[in-house]
Design a binder for this molecule. Structure first.
Ligand code: 6R9
Length: 692
């Protein structure tokens, strides 16, 4: 059927690999190998023997079935969940081709279920009630807590009852602006239980960003807390919420209920500013409600959540995921990509404010009755050994994180790692950006003691779950490659004209046909959904990423090909940063590009033209950066402001970002053809100001 299948068929004849790890060490010691691509790292025989998918042959068998008979493959898996009513005859229906009408994806339509019920009640009914659902670790070493599945259900039900009582109904939006407290997954699950649509906003976003999201989805209730400790800092979240609610009220969106958790360790309620009538302390009301709450049964295609993400243009997009397909997909990808077993303890360092926290802190793991570590604090606080201290404390066996953290810990030195045992670890994971081979090797050799496979999972907010990922027992890995597609996923690489390229190649990464976890629309803007994702290459979903495939069929992600920057695994649209900069009264024009950054992957590099007559100054630089922090959040602050008397533009007025990228990365001999510029002299001016 597909090109990929043919590749995989040839892969299944690879030699089986126990003992090949020594070859990896040879690379580190400096022996040169033909190329990075030839560097294979095999799982140990013992690992493969116990794995869900123990061999390339088994992968091939399951993958082939998933492509040839998606309906059969996925409905068998879906049957393991509880459905109040089974889905209709037709397991899925889709149209991904805008030339044939509106883009539409539906899975398990007509099926009636509830994802909270499947995470909690179903697992409790099958004997997991006393299993630990969440180990919570506070920012300060020594502060911790835990909830069993029974206790988690009780907490979720209390909040669900409260939300119903204040008028939240099926289909209503609820905005959640919380740090990594247990209350964050509790709030998500409580919404899901009553059919409300949660929209979690990462608690690092500014008041303006929060307000923008509130105004877009118009929630019935906002759930937050007064403050949080992160590392040695205290962040006063309630002040940010107050400012956001004031801003949205100015625009006619009035929020009646702001449920606020008193995070005592960071701030006492007495010192928290309060708006009587609107603000309610969580602790004063929620515990009074019954610990059981009837489930709101929903259609598989009813909305589960909205999550805003950055695009290359305009304001953030509300990515909408529905219930049934997302449930089946997150649970299944979690199980296979991490080779999850009931004896595992799982820790994902992502915040629930991002998709990784939705799919792989909350839903995927809990659907598998897993024990999840939720960590409130900064990963290097009070020192760079904290992660491994936590791993040893809870006997974490699956550790899932981002390359940026790996690189930053790598810089801090091996001794912070090696002083801890880490012997509970058996699978490592990486997400958010391509992991460079040297970080991969450090993660593998030092953190994992050369015995834990790394699942480098490529996916997106839009895809709901893993798309290209190692299955750790099945495949030899190549450091830096996300390896092969997950079951049911048909990646294709296309050229500029949208023609599929076969074999060894590089181009734009697209996906053919749908998978259960795919997003269904952009909230309130289906047209933008179609134009952003389905019109560049008609017939395919376009990811926005570049990708190459090597001679063995391995996929290598090469980063965004649109105007999205990936800073520490966070997606930031250049347009958003530019619009924040130009809102500064002294900024006339701004152009933002990504540059390579040793720890963050990419850094934000901003070219700024000032209003006529305004002089450059250190103070102004700081004030411009402050403006971006206030409008988006600290994580989007530019790393560099480059004063630009003018920007290089074509005669039609288009900013030539290609040239700006080269200047930003100081590749001055690769500027290429600048003769099409309206004023070629601009380039020399910019170069002369590079280090001012
Ligand atoms: C899950 C998540 C999506 C973008 C995506 C790509 C990059 C994520 C990656 C990766 C290479 C990986 N990305 N995982 N690139 N290898 N394993 O991060 O979602 O925040 O929507 O970002 O992140 O560029 O397009 P999201």
């Amino acid at each position: 059927t597909s090109d990929h299948l043919r590749h995989v068929e040839s892969m299944s004849t690879l030699p089986s690999g126990a003992g090949r790890i020594s070859r990896l060490n040879a690379v580190i010691l400096g022996d040169s190998l033909a190329s990075e691509e030839d560097d294979l790292v095999f799982p140990s025989q013992a690992f493969s023997d116990q794995a869900h998918v123990p061999s390339p042959q088994k992968y091939l068998e399951m993958y082939t079935r998933s492509i040839q008979d998606p309906a059969g493959f996925w409905s068998e898996i879906a049957s393991q969940f509880y459905w109040k009513e089974r889905w209709s005859q037709q397991v899925y229906s889709e149209n991904l081709d805008i030339r044939k009408g509106n883009v539409r994806i539906e899975w398990f339509k007509g099926g009636v279920t509830n994802i909270c019920y499947n995470c909690l009640d179903r697992n409790i009914d099958s004997g997991s009630g006393d299993r630990v659902a969440i180990y919570w670790e506070g920012n300060e070493p020594g502060s911790d807590g835990m909830l069993t599945y029974n206790q988690l259900l009780a907490r979720v039900c209390q909040l669900a009852n409260y939300l119903k009582d204040v008028g939240v109904q099926k289909g209503d939006a609820v905005v959640i602006y919380l740090p990594m407290l247990m209350e964050l997954p509790i709030a998500m699950l409580a919404c899901a239980r009553i059919g409300a649509v949660h929209s979690v906003v990462f608690a690092g976003f500014s008041a303006e960003s929060l307000a923008q999201r509130i105004m877009d989805c118009k929630p019935k209730v906002v759930i937050s807390c007064n403050a949080v400790r992160r590392g040695s800092k205290v962040i006063y979240l309630k002040e940010i919420v107050d400012a956001a609610l004031a801003e949205s009220a100015k625009n006619g969106i009035i929020i009646d209920v702001c449920l606020t958790y008193e995070n005592e360790s960071a701030m006492k309620r007495e010192t928290t500013k309060w708006q009587k009538g609107r603000d309610i302390w969580w602790q004063d009301v929620v515990p009074k409600y019954p610990t059981t709450c009837a489930v709101e049964w929903v259609d598989a295609e009813d909305a589960l959540f909205l999550l805003y993400t950055s695009g290359s243009t305009g304001k953030p997009k509300g990515v909408l995921h529905t219930t049934g397909g997302y449930m089946v997909y997150t649970a299944t990808t979690f199980k296979y990509a991490f080779d999850y077993k009931p004896s595992d303890v799982y820790w994902c360092t992502a915040d629930c404010g991002w998709i990784t926290g939705h799919s792989y802190v909350t839903y995927g793991p809990l659907l598998n009755a897993a024990t999840v570590v939720v960590y409130e604090g900064a990963p290097n606080y009070p020192n760079p050994g904290r992660c491994w201290e936590i791993v040893d404390k809870y006997k974490v066996s699956i550790f899932y994180t981002a390359p940026t953290l790996v690189r930053s810990l790598m810089r801090d030195g091996d001794e912070f790692v090696t002083r801890y045992s880490r012997k509970s670890l058996r699978v490592l994971g990486s997400v958010g950006e391509p992991i460079n081979p040297s970080a991969w090797r450090w993660f593998f050799n030092i953190v994992g003691d050369s015995r834990c496979p790394i699942s480098d999972t490529w996916w997106q907010t839009e895809t709901g779950g893993f798309m290209i990922t190692p299955l750790p027992g099945a495949w030899p890995q190549k450091p830096g490659s996300a390896t092969f597609p997950f079951f049911g996923v048909q990646p294709v690489i296309v050229d500029e004209k949208g023609a599929e390229i076969e074999g060894e190649c590089s181009g734009y990464l697209c996906v053919k046909s749908s998978w259960p976890g795919a997003f269904r629309t952009l909230y309130g803007d289906h047209e933008r959904y179609e134009t952003t994702y389905f019109s560049a290459f008609p017939g395919y979903y376009f990811s926005g990423d570049g990708c190459s495939r090597d001679k063995d069929g391995y996929y290598w992600l090469t980063g965004r090909v649109d105007d999205v920057i990936n800073v520490s695994g966070h997606r930031i649209g250049t347009a958003e940063v530019e619009s924040a900069l130009v809102s500064h009264p002294q900024c006339a024009e701004a152009a933002v590009v990504g540059v390579e950054h040793e720890v963050k992957g990419q850094g934000i590099y901003a070219f700024v033209t000032l209003v006529e007559g305004v002089p450059y100054s250190e103070e102004l630089r700081r004030s411009l950066i402050m403006t971006v922090r206030n409008q988006i959040g600290a994580f989007a602050a530019p790393d560099k402001i480059h004063w630009a008397p003018a920007l290089p533009k074509t005669r039609s007025g288009k900013i030539m970002r290609r040239i700006l990228r080269k200047i930003a990365s100081r590749q001055l001999d690769e500027l290429g053809d600048i003769s099409t510029l309206a004023e070629p002299g601009v380039v020399d001016q910019l170069i002369s100001l590079a280090d001012c």
